[in-house]
Design a binder for this molecule. Structure first.
Ligand code: FNU
Length: 211
């Protein structure tokens, strides 16, 4: 049983807000990222949050600590409840993201292994496990792990314990909610909902399948 997180990668503000409104009752959070924010501006985060849906900022923050702090502070001041960052810049950079999140009463999630086919090239061979340990050591609230590779999610669950796992890759990337819903805390679905002819109906169906 997992929460359902809508990855709202629509690129226009009006379309995004219409989808957010029509799907809000079926979803537990909305994840926004560069596709929407570069088109609509960061203020769209506050507009979505005003609908009563927590907003997760998927900026995969990956810079020096000071820049990470500046980015994360902006994200939380804009109304987001969580930020997603990368681990590879190092433990000090990661600590900056976690620190900003917690200073604002928010959460920080760390990408440990990516869901696309190329994600298996770089993140395998112990890298994802190292990132997972870094995330735990930095006090992060959870990790991102690929629904497209449930065995990898299970392996990372062993390391991350009771911290949260959010899992993208369901729908357009080929995975099903049933593949990981017992292993993770949140399933991230983008195109299969926001690109559907009836996004509300698609959200309702994914919500049913995540429970
Ligand atoms: P959909 N996303 C991902 N894989 O897909 N943040 C990752 O490993 C990761 C992500 C995001 O394919 C991706 O950017 F770390 O349309 C997109 O916003 O269902 C969403 O998850 C998946 O979208």
């Amino acid at each position: 049983m997992s929460a359902l997180i809508l990855a709202l990668d629509a690129t226009s503000r009006n379309e995004a807000l219409a989808i957010a409104e029509s799907t809000a009752r079926y979803i537990d959070a909305i994840k926004i990222g560069y596709p929407l924010v570069l088109g609509a501006g960061l203020s769209v985060a506050g507009e979505i949050a005003a609908l009563g849906v927590p907003v997760i900022a998927d900026f995969k923050v990956a810079d020096i600590p000071n820049t990470n702090t500046l980015i994360c502070d902006s994200v939380f001041q804009a109304g987001c409840s969580a930020v997603i960052c990368h681990a590879f810049p190092g433990s000090d950079s990661l600590a900056a993201c976690v620190g900003s999140a917690h200073d604002h009463g928010g959460e920080c999630f760390v990408v440990c292994e990516m869901s696309h086919p190329g994600g298996a090239e770089w993140f395998s061979g112990g890298v994802a496990e190292s990132f997972c340990m870094m995330a735990a050591g930095a006090g992060a609230d959870g990790i991102i792990a690929p629904a497209t590779r449930p065995a990898r999610v299970a392996a990372l669950r062993e390391l991350i314990g009771t911290r949260k796992i959010y899992s993208p890759g369901v729908g357009a990337q080929g995975a099903s909610p049933e593949d990981v819903k017992e292993l993770v805390d949140g399933i991230i679905v983008g195109r299969a909902i926001y690109g559907a002819a009836d996004p509300a109906a698609a959200a309702a169906e994914y919500s049913r399948r995540c429970r």
